[in-house]
Design a protein around this ligand. Structure first.
Ligand code: AMP
Length: 472
């Protein structure tokens, strides 16, 4: 099966966005049969636009800045050509000296690092290349053993990588390709010093790839200093959420927000939709509190935020992916990169202070072409944040009244306030997308990737991936 994607025809240093449609298949990239086999086993028939446009440039050795909507296959867009490029170094030797780090992928969050590593392990499973992940918040011992054994593809968060470099367990002197995933966050002030120290240890003769859904003009400028005559690939309008995400705003006073979540979930139940949702909050304290309050309202909730240990975060995420938890209450620690293919709904309990974070948050739904609902609960004090988001996305969001609920929660004290939920006039006004077959947790899908990382109890715990991915 093939797909229509924009043609790849821009010279190095050019910006590529949409061009003449052409038909591209994975076979057109000339990837090694071992990689192609892994791709077919994932159930991928056709490259996504970011893959179709990026892979040839990466194979050709260009530096690249890739901007694409969230959930559009960015990971494979860099991992597949990386495997192809370093395949010539693959060795079945057990000697660690034969397995130096050739490709380094840096990510801003631990969860994203694990996810990229899962992908790298799957795509390289028929080769002798090794992939591993290192990130902070967990014991170093297992990571040290993995690194000492040798890995060609290392996925890391910056701080922990520097720890391993400091103890001489990781050596970057043979790195040929550097990837900054969620590059805008990697290049922001918090990460810059660590990033600079790491980049200083990588040979100047390297290929650098930057991927993100959002690139502000300042970040673009800064990124240029790390890249040599880069190709810019923009497969879709920047600063936009996937078209498959239906966005709705409910104006709700802050005191009514929790009750609003209960109503939204009740409405989804009535409509036969999944109650599985990620609820974003702005603070760690608020996140923990909301999860506890939802539990009291009979909603199976869990919290994931920066004050939780990595072990707790992993357990909660696994419980969410298995369906044991239906509402994952999270801070922005979960806003980027988390890929749960059948995630049907994202609720913003509060709007983020940074409009770009809104796009990343709602990008947790509507991934890989599946449909999703993004619901924002906005109180009067957040109107300015809403304006910023609408300005960034260059579109007005649909403001709708809350669905009428049969919630047994106590009626709101503030229901007479001007920003209290409006009465529903049409019983069918609240119509989230119907879940597609692909979005059903137990659907008989032929997509093996979906089976691997979907909401299914059979999925191995993320924590089990900790030490690395030795395949043989
Ligand atoms: P990413 O943006 O890399 O997080 O990928 C989002 C989702 O798309 C993941 O579930 C991938 O497994 C899936 N995916 C990536 N490439 C393809 C493809 N060519 N066809 C179908 N699904 C894909």
């Amino acid at each position: 099966m093939t797909n229509t994607v924009p043609e790849i025809n821009s010279p190095t240093g050019a910006t590529e966005s949409s061009a003449t449609p052409a038909t591209i298949t994975f076979a057109d990239f000339g990837l090694d049969p071992k990689i192609q086999k892994a791709v077919s086993e994932q159930g991928y028939n056709t490259p996504t636009p970011i893959q179709a446009q990026s892979i040839p440039h990466v194979l050709a050795g260009s530096d690249l800045m890739g901007a694409a909507q969230t959930g559009t296959g960015k990971t494979a867009a860099f991992v597949l050509p990386i495997i192809q490029k370093i395949l010539r170094h693959a060795s079945s030797s057990a000697s660690p000296a034969r397995h130096p780090i050739r490709a380094l992928v840096l990510t801003p969050t631990r969860e994203l690092a694990v996810q990229v590593a899962e992908n790298a392990a799957s795509y390289s499973k028929h080769t002798d290349l090794r992939a591993a992940v290192v990130y902070g918040g967990v014991d170093m011992k297992e990571q040290v053993a993995t690194l000492r054994g040798g890995v060609e593809i290392l996925i890391a968060t910056p701080g922990r990588l520097l720890d391993h470099i400091g103890s001489k367990v990781a050596n970057l002197s043979q790195v040929e390709i550097l990837v900054l995933d969620e590059a805008d966050r990697m290049l922001d002030m918090g990460f810059l010093p660590d990033l600079q120290r790491i980049i200083d240890l990588i040979p100047a003769q390297r290929q650098t790839l930057l991927f993100s859904a959002t690139f502000s003009p300042e970040i673009k400028k800064l990124a240029q200093s790390y890249l040599r005559t880069p190709v810019t690939v923009e497969v879709a309008r920047q600063n936009a959420a996937a078209d498959t995400v239906k966005q709705v705003v409910h104006m709700v006073s802050s005191a009514d927000k929790q009750r609003a979540i209960v109503k939204v979930l009740e409405a989804r139940t009535r409509q036969g939709l999944s109650r599985q949702c990620i609820i974003f909050t702005n603070s760690r304290l608020g996140c923990a509190r909301l999860a506890r309050s939802l539990e009291r309202d009979g909603i199976k909730a869990g919290a994931i935020h920066g004050d939780k240990s990595q072990g707790e975060r992993t357990l909660t995420l696994d419980a969410f992916k298995s369906g044991a938890i239906e509402a994952l209450v999270a801070t922005d620690v979960a806003a980027r990169g988390l890929d749960i293919p059948s995630m049907p709904c994202v609720i913003n309990h509060e709007l983020p202070f940074n409009a770009e974070d809104f796009i990343h948050r709602i990008g947790r739904t509507g991934r890989a072409g599946s449909k999703g609902d993004a619901i924002a609960l906005v109180d009067a004090s957040e109107k300015r944040l809403l304006d910023d988001i609408e300005k960034l996305m260059k579109r007005k969001l649909d403001i709708q009244p809350l669905p009428e609920g049969s919630s047994s929660s106590a009626p709101s004290r503030s229901s007479s306030r001007s920003d209290a939920p409006a009465k529903m006039s049409d019983p069918f006004f609240y119509k989230p997308y119907e879940p597609s077959a692909a979005a059903q947790p137990n659907a008989n899908s032929t997509n093996t990737e979906e089976k691997k990382v979907g909401i299914t109890p059979a999925r191995p715990a993320v924590g089990a991936l900790l030490g690395g991915f030795k395949k043989k």
